[in-house]
Design a binder for this molecule. Structure first.
Ligand SMILES: Nc1ncnc2c1ncn2[C@@H]1O[C@H](COP(=O)(O)OP(=O)(O)OP(=O)(O)O)[C@@H](O)[C@H]1O
Ligand SMILES: [Mg+2]
Length: 236
């Protein structure tokens, strides 16, 4: 089986304002198959968001390569990279990044409009996605009028509306109460299962991590297998 997403030997070094170097990722490799879910844990500042950004082609590694459907991202032209991000990758950000002036439905439709989908078609797909996340009644509300859980569901719908093959989610339930988080986990894994998506999810939530096929911990710039039973004692 060929991998849909692969990282080989990723390094990321940030250069601070004073010229100092911060070596955040020190040779991270990861292979994700279609339909496979991988949870990534790790302390604050360990580089989890950095890694997701590299996997999604939102930032470049200092060394190493990311392959999407076997193609190295660094060798794609700008337009091809934009196209790959729009069509193949769904991204749920640590902070939802929805547009405040747009309604729930308009936010969800946005990736389709960006790729040039016919307006009527975009509306139909957006509404279907709104139903899939159970937000039909909130379609015309704007982000300031939505609850935290609803905002995250809009973010899930927006990430999945363009039928990506990879879903990258950064703490999708980080600021939700237990019950809302649990509901969002169920929704996320139902959609991932139905669509055979490859999921890489950064989370501190034990219940979410336990649903993933594999759990890895980012520590000192490298990924290592996480043993969840022990993580309970670490207060994961
Ligand atoms: N653009 C940047 N320039 C310089 N340093 C950065 C930049 N982005 C992140 N960093 C630093 O790199 C380290 C890793 O950041 P990152 O956001 O990946 O951590 P994280 O594991 O996602 O943390 P959290 O759990 O708090 O979200 C941190 O020390 C951060 O301050
Ligand atoms: Mg982060």
């Amino acid at each position: 089986m060929s991998s849909v997403l692969e990282a080989r030997g990723l390094h990321k070094i940030y250069i601070g304002g004073d010229g100092s170097e911060l070596h955040v990722l020190k040779g991270v490799s990861l292979v994700v198959q279609p339909g496979e879910s991988v949870a990534i844990t790790g302390a604050s500042g360990s580089g989890k968001s950095t890694l997701l950004h590299l996997l999604g082609g939102l930032d470049w590694p200092t060394a190493g390569e990311v392959y999407l459907d076997g193609r190295p991202l660094s060798q794609l032209a700008d337009t091809e990279l934009a196209e790959a991000r729009n069509r193949k990758i769904g991204f749920i950000f640590q902070f939802h990044h929805l547009l405040r002036e747009l309604s729930a439905l308009e936010n969800i439709k946005m990736p389709l409009l960006i790729r040039g989908t016919d307006r009527r078609e975009a509306r139909a797909q957006g509404e279907a996605m709104l139903r899939a996340v159970g937000l039909e009644e909130r379609r015309d509300q704007k982000p300031p009028q939505l609850s935290g859980g609803e905002l995250q569901r809009v973010a899930v719908a927006r990430a999945l509306v363009s039928e990506p093959v990879v879903l990258l989610a950064d703490e999708p339930t980080g600021n939700l109460d237990n019950q809302s988080a649990e509901r969002l986990h169920q929704l996320l894994f139902r959609l991932v299962g139905e669509r055979r998506l490859a999921l890489v999810v950064v989370t501190h939530n034990r219940e979410l991590a336990a649903r993933a096929d594999r759990v890895l911990r980012l520590h000192d710039g490298a990924l290592q297998p996480e043993v969840l039973a022990e993580a309970v004692h670490d207060g994961l």
